[in-house]
Design a protein around this ligand. Structure first.
Ligand SMILES: Cc1cc2nc3c(=O)[nH]c(=O)nc-3n(C[C@H](O)[C@H](O)[C@H](O)COP(=O)(O)OP(=O)(O)OC[C@H]3O[C@@H](n4cnc5c(N)ncnc54)[C@H](O)[C@@H]3O)c2cc1C
Length: 439
């Protein structure tokens, strides 16, 4: 009689190894092609080093820590004095420091505030960081975008720009002029009027050296930024203001954080509700021209929404392909099952179209100052597509300029199938979509 086989219930098999230690640039041929095609090929070596660093297991771990340990609002100190600060996990600060050291918040601005043609290389970095951790990118994108609106008020911009251009992240809660580097946020939306900012009720009253602002914002992300573009009703109508966390005399400005949002995603980053109680603000642009002024910022954050969304699509695809190369179902690896391969090929096509589209758009933004046709092209709605592909949306419709359907899909299918798991059991050195389009 044979001895009974002991079942080890903790034995795990038929799982894929962790998706980590991947090379986010060299493994991504559509990204490399899009970077080269849009004039940023000279940055390839730096982008390659960046892709290895951000794809490391260490950065995945930072992202996990930052999202599992969500920010905490400290409204008061133990004695009851207002504090209005948010505490973040150290991993969030480390992610901020890494992104800022690479200039993702500022590399497209010259010291005189003009736009340097650096969108494409910067977008490649932003696309890669969003594959690892999206939340900290909220203040990164707002900081870079606010400069465009501040251009309406050169005196204010001149004062802040050296701090904005600094690549040294400074998490301390001090007046902006004492810090090595600063970040900027924005508050537009109110309870009664999200998209429709003309319904805003927050008031701005002219006061000595600036305005006193009283009211609220329903969404006020990254509230530990050093200053915020805020819309409020001035005597001349809806106007844009810059509201610093500290008043010019060094006192804490009256930005009272009410609570933090409990969000489904973007958890590492705080989004707050805030009340302004005669908070100090500088006017940015003319009274009554608030939307026209702040739209310069909005336009760049929209662009970043498109780039980030393309990054999310890419990492979803990469993880799917990685997993299916290891998982066996019905005597075959999932990646070898014809229907699965078709699904992956569809996803791959959409990712390739997305990255081609956003990088082309970034080139148009870079050239907008010198080429009227590029300027016209720099305002399409790719964020709508990238962020919210409509159900059943046709890859054919959107991939027309980036990929033609059937032949390329066949190549994707073949190349996904050709690539195999590595003997080490680690993520393949070249990950899913690397050489897939065979260029
Ligand atoms: C994670 C997160 C962070 C945020 N951070 C900030 C921040 O830092 N600062 C800030 O100011 N805001 C912030 N917001 C708020 C964001 O800007 C608003 O959610 C957005 O403006 C939409 O407003 P709403 O949600 O009130 O939707 P509503 O304005 O009520 O709109 C509802 C829906 O109707 C659609 N809609 C609106 N107008 C039209 C129209 N004319 N035709 C057809 N459809 C229309 C909208 O697209 C939307 O889908 C944040 C939101 C999120 C989710």
């Amino acid at each position: 009689m044979t001895a009974p086989v002991r079942l080890d219930v903790s034995d795990v098999f038929n799982q894929s190894p962790p998706y980590e230690d991947v090379d986010l640039y060299d493994d991504d041929q559509p990204l490399r092609d899009a970077v080269a095609a849009n004039g940023a090929g000279a940055d390839a070596a730096a982008l390659s080093a960046f892709g290895k660093r951000w794809g490391s297991a260490e950065m995945f771990e930072e992202a996990r820590l930052a999202n599992e340990n969500v920010p905490k609002l400290r409204s008061f100190d133990p004695k009851g004095f207002r504090r209005d600060v948010v505490e973040f996990h150290p991993a969030y600060h480390r992610l901020m420091a890494e992104s800022m050291a690479e200039g993702i918040h500022c590399s497209m601005w010259r010291p005189d505030g003009s736009h340097a043609p650096a969108e494409v290389a910067r977008a490649a970095r932003f696309y890669m960081t969003n594959q690892i951790e999206a939340g900290h990118n909220c203040p990164i994108t707002m900081t870079r975008a606010c400069v465009a609106a501040l251009a309406s008020e050169p005196e204010v911009l001149d004062r802040l720009l050296p701090k904005i251009l600094s690549r040294a992240y400074d998490q301390s809660f001090r007046p902006w002029w004492e810090k090595t580097g600063i970040t900027l946020g924005m508050g537009m939306t109110e309870k009664q009027g999200g998209t429709d900012v003309r319904a805003n009720t927050t008031r701005a009253v002219p006061a000595r050296d600036g305005y006193d602002i009283t009211g609220h914002k329903w969404f006020f992300s990254a509230p530990m930024c050093d200053a915020f573009l805020v819309l409020a009703q001035a005597p001349g109508g809806l106007t844009c203001f810059l509201v610093p966390r500290f008043r010019p005399d060094g006192a804490v400005n009256a930005l009272q954080l009410q609570r933090l949002k409990d969000k489904l995603g973007n958890r590492s980053n705080a989004s707050s509700e805030v009340e302004f109680v005669e908070a100090f603000g500088w006017r940015v642009g003319e009274e009554g021209r608030g939307v026209r002024t702040i739209i310069e910022m909005v336009q760049l954050t929209r662009l970043d929404c498109a780039i980030a969304s393309a990054g999310f699509m890419r990492v979803a695809l990469a993880q799917a392909v990685h997993h299916t190369r290891y998982r066996r179902v019905f005597q075959r690896k999932l990646v070898d099952q014809p229907m699965m391969r078709t699904v992956l090929a569809d996803l791959a096509l959409q990712v390739e179209a997305a990255v081609a589209l956003v990088m082309r758009l970034c080139r148009a933004v870079d050239r907008a100052g010198v080429d009227p046709r590029a300027r016209a092209c720099s305002f399409p709605p790719p964020n709508i597509w990238c962020a919210r592909p409509p159900p059943g949306s046709s890859t054919r419709r959107w991939s027309a300029s980036a990929a033609t359907d059937t032949s390329r899909k066949a190549r994707w299918r073949g190349s996904i199938a050709r690539r195999r798991s590595t003997p080490s059991g680690k993520a393949p050195a070249t990950s899913c979509v690397s050489t897939c389009c065979g260029r």
